[in-house]
Write a protein that binds this ligand. Structure first.
Ligand code: PEP
Length: 251
């Protein structure tokens, strides 16, 4: 039985004050941590305040990226060690916006995933196809290759600790959602890739999320599918009320 994950991705939104406003509403929610992992992945600057506010609550705090090296001359970067030291527990790796605008590759995704796991951080590894790739019938091959390369060299138990987020690029922030059946089919293909490369236990334990215009109106149908174990959510995670409705639907 895989515990669902509802992970909010705030992207480059919210000041510290706005994060506090979110928290004022979110902190009063009753979340059953035995039934759902609720995570907010915030901009780096908001992390110290959120980690502090989240102490004793059932919401985990995550980052949206990290550098693969422990430290060094990498101006403007943040290491996993720095996140760990702060009390952050999750980190999004290889979001399509980072692949598209910041030269993230399957190789850096692999290095970052390994570095996060070494530190005990839970990586949320994003994969997904472009509209052109979908229209060319390449969705499953593209996504399977991304998963295989992200997980290259990982042990079975490391794979199990990783969360995969399947996010078709054409569905992110566009209001277009893959149908629940289409999303499930790709999540199933991801699970089969994990099965082929890392074995039965890793395949059945790894949580695979769907992301792309998820909102309270469509979460139930997505969660009803066998291979969808939760959601990575952008826009609908910015308001505490809608984020909590998504968490509620998963528990
Ligand atoms: C995302 O940011 O990963 C995402 C899926 O965004 P949205 O939910 O807004 O499509």
């Amino acid at each position: 039985m895989r515990k669902p994950v509802i992970a909010g991705n705030w992207k480059m939104f919210k000041t510290v004050g706005e994060a506090h406003d979110f928290w004022n509403t979110a902190s009063s929610a009753t979340i059953d941590a035995s039934k759902v992992d609720a995570v907010i992945c915030a901009p780096f600057l908001q992390l110290p305040a959120l980690v502090e506010a989240a102490k004793g609550s059932s919401i985990h705090i995550g980052a949206q990226n990290m550098h693969q090296e422990k430290e060094g001359a990498f101006t403007g970067e943040i290491s996993g060690d720095m996140l760990k030291d702060l009390g952050v527990t999750h980190v999004v790796i290889g979001h399509s916006e980072r692949r598209q605008y910041f030269n993230e590759t399957d190789e850096t995704v692999n290095l970052k995933t390994k570095a996060a796991l070494d530190l005990g951080l839970t990586p949320i590894v994003c994969v997904g196809e472009s509209l052109e790739q979908r229209e060319a019938g390449e969705t499953e091959s593209v996504v399977s290759k991304q998963v295989a390369e992200a997980f290259e060299g990982l042990t079975e138990s490391e794979v199990e600790k990783t969360v995969v987020a399947y996010e078709p690029i054409w569905a992110i922030g566009t209001g277009k959602t893959a149908t629940a059946d289409d999303a499930n089919q790709v999540c199933q293909a991801i699970r089969e890739t994990i099965l082929d490369l890392h074995g039965e236990e890793a395949a059945s334990a790894t949580r695979i999320l769907y992301g792309g215009s998820v909102k309270p109106a469509n979460i139930k149908e997505l969660l009803g599918k066998d291979d969808i174990d939760g959601a990575l959510v952008g826009g609908a995670s910015l308001e505490a009320d809608s984020f909590l409705q998504l968490v509620e639907a998963a528990q």
